[in-house]
Structures are given as structure tokens and as C-alpha cells.
Design a protein around this ligand. Structure first.
Ligand SMILES: [Zn+2]
Length: 355
């Protein structure tokens, strides 16, 4: 059976200008973890070629199936064997564009570099898709580099974009399943909380007494799945990405999450809605102090709704949440670090069968 294997470099210039996944700060506004393709040098009016044989299923400057103008500008989409799709973007609207339904062979000219769409200088943006896509990427997008870079003998793909790996703030140290316990005190009269990070595979639990926040730590995103701690009477589930797994200080991440609140008493849905907000990675403190406890590597985040900073979170490496404040003046913070082994691990409560 045929397998997808590009044989033709798609431009006249064997040089890349922006790698897959690069510059996450420019792409989070589009719900993307980074650059969603491979940019290749292609000066204005230079030739663009199909990387492999296939059938053209879109030629135009819209998002297919809609009237919306695409950031890709004039572009060509080709279906290949094995469910692969390639996209050639920022082309000129000229007579070198193929026709819808046309079969093109590898190396056949399919256009001209034209700097159309959201482009700050002529280049080819090469996108690639294959269901279900790379983990954490929407629209079935995959990294084209393993298929394309061998054509110019380039070194193997670089690791994902640099940034601080937030997984370190949600897993106990050294692949342990249970982290060190700390005590948090609050200013609203509720009892102390014993906070402990717990790990099950790629799932992180920030446990607070018997309540917990559960997150899936994926390769590209961290998703908050569930939180049983808003009150003793309710818990909520969330769908949608919480944060990119790797972020740089100063980076914002905006998203819309679907939130459902349940009653712990009878498991009934109490409220359900979509919530749009932004989380900003404000700072990574090399040393950070609270109640004379000195911690290293504390990440500070702000939760912003409609431009207002509603809450702040501080997460310490290998410890999890160490401080929380709200715009209305509520505050909870680390008060005591319990020596390792001096207390039993938190036991996670169960309500309505969730765990
Ligand atoms: Zn691009």
C-alpha cells in the first residue's frame, strides 16, 4: 500500500524561517500552542511546488466552507494517501493555482509566493494535517517537520519551544506519587488546609484536606478537569485547556472553558455555562517568602476577566498551590511546611462517583 512520503521541497529555497511550535506568545490568541506549520523561504513571485502527489480539494482565500477570509490568504489544500493533507499558504492569486479536484503530482507547480493573508513578508507557510492531529493541537494539525526536513538533510526537529515547564508545579518531585504537605491559612475564618500534590500517571491532584483539583498534564497543555473545593456543597468540572504546558514569563493565555457545577449532596447539575478568561504568567520568583517560609521557584499567575484581575495564584515547584488571593480581599497562603514523613498523605474524598 502507498504511504505518504513527500519527495519535493515546496519552494526554490531550501531554508526554513519559522519552525513548528515556535513563538507561542503570538499564537495563543488563536487557541494554538505555537506556530501551526513550517515557514519556508519563498521570496515574492518565486515558485511553489506540491510536496507529494494528491488531489486538490481547496483553492481560495477563505476558511473552507465559510465566507470568512482566512489568515492563510490565497492557499491550496491537497489530500494525499493515508489521510494526510498539506496546505500551502500566502500565495498569489494567479494562473498557477491549480483547479479544485485536480490531481497534482509531486514537484508540480501549484502557485506563486504572494504574501497574501496574515503575513509580514513573502514566505510559504506549509501546514500538515492527519486525524486526529498531534496531541494538544486543534484542527487535526500535525508537525510537518519529520516529513519535510529530511528533504534538505536538516537536523532532526528541535524540541518544542522553550518556556518554563509548568508540569513541575503540579507534580511532586522526582516522579513521586505524593508530595510534601504544607498547611495553608486563610483570612475568611475557614479551617486550615493541608495541601499536598499527588500524582497518578499524567494526572495531577492538588489536594486540600479531602478536596482536590484534578488536572491532566499533557505534552502541550495542562487541562483543569475538576475541582471539588469551591465549597463543601458543590464541585465543578471543566472542559477546555487551562494553560499551555510550557509558558514564558509575561505570556497570556485566553480561552473559553465549559464549566458545570454539581451538588455534592445529590449529584444534580446546579449551573452550567461557558466562561471566557485569560491567565497571565506574571513572574517566576527564584526565591519567594511567606510567613518566614522561603521557597524556590514560585510561579505567579493572574486570572483576568474582562480586564480585571480577579484572582492570583502562586504555585511552588513540587508543592503546588502556596498562595491564593482574590480581588475582594480574600487570601490563603502557606503557613507551615510539614517535614516529609511526619504526616499521612491526604485522602481524596469521593462524591457522586468522581475521583
Ligand atoms: Zn507560518
Amino acid at each position: 500500500p502507498a504511504t505518504f512520503k513527500p519527495t519535493q521541497w515546496p519552494t526554490e529555497y531550501k531554508e526554513t524561517t519559522q519552525r513548528w511550535g515556535a513563538n507561542p506568545q503570538n499564537y495563543s490568541q488563536f487557541g494554538l500552542p505555537g506556530h501551526d506549520g513550517l515557514d519556508i523561504r519563498a521570496p515574492l513571485n518565486s515558485k511553489i511546488f506540491a510536496v507529494a502527489g494528491g488531489t486538490v480539494f481547496y483553492v481560495g482565500d477563505r476558511i473552507p466552507g465559510t465566507g470568512t477570509v482566512s489568515n492563510l490568504g490565497w492557499h491550496v489544500r491537497i489530500n494525499h494517501v493515508d489521510g494526510f493533507e498539506t496546505i500551502y499558504a500566502h500565495l498569489a492569486n494567479d494562473s498557477f493555482l491549480p483547479r479544485y479536484g485536480q490531481y497534482v503530482s509531486a514537484g508540480q507547480r501549484i502557485g506563486t509566493s504572494g504574501n497574501t493573508g496574515n503575513s509580514t513578508g513573502a514566505h510559504l507557510h506549509l501546514g500538515m494535517k492527519k486525524p486526529p492531529g498531534d496531541y494538544g493541537w486543534p484542527y487535526n494539525l500535525i508537525n510537518p517537520e519529520p516529513y519535510i526536513l529530511p528533504l534538505i538533510g536538516a537536523p532532526p526537529p528541535l524540541p518544542p519551544p522553550t518556556g518554563i515547564d509548568l508540569a513541575d508545579f503540579f507534580f511532586p518531585a522526582d516522579s513521586n506519587l505524593f508530595g510534601q504537605i504544607h498547611i495553608m491559612k486563610n483570612n475568611w475564618g475557614a479551617g486550615d488546609e493541608r495541601v499536598q500534590l499527588q500524582r497518578e500517571g499524567n494526572f495531577s491532584y492538588v489536594t486540600k484536606n479531602n478536596n482536590w483539583e484534578k488536572r491532566l498534564v499533557g505534552s502541550s497543555f495542562i487541562d483543569l478537569l475538576m475541582d471539588t473545593s469551591p465549597s463543601e456543597s458543590e464541585y465543578y468540572t471543566v472542559s477546555g485547556h487551562w494553560l499551555p504546558r510550557k509558558m514564558t514569563v509575561g505570556q497570556n493565555f485566553s480561552r473559553t472553558e465549559h464549566v458545570t457545577f454539581y451538588s455534592k449532596a445529590n449529584c444534580a447539575v446546579k449551573a452550567e455555562y461557558d466562561a471566557s478568561s485569560t491567565i497571565k504568567f506574571i513572574n517566576l520568583h527564584n526565591t519567594w517568602t511567606n510567613n518566614n517560609i522561603i521557597l524556590n521557584n514560585v510561579a505567579e499567575f493572574a486570572w483576568i476577566i474582562n480586564g480585571l484581575e480577579e484572582e492570583k495564584y502562586f504555585f511552588a515547584k513540587s508543592l503546588g498551590l502556596v498562595k491564593w488571593t482574590s480581588r475582594r480581599g480574600l487570601e490563603s497562603s502557606i503557613w507551615e511546611l510539614v517535614p516529609v514523613g511526619a504526616q499521612q498523605n491526604n485522602k481524596r474524598g469521593t462524591w457522586c462517583g468522581i475521583s
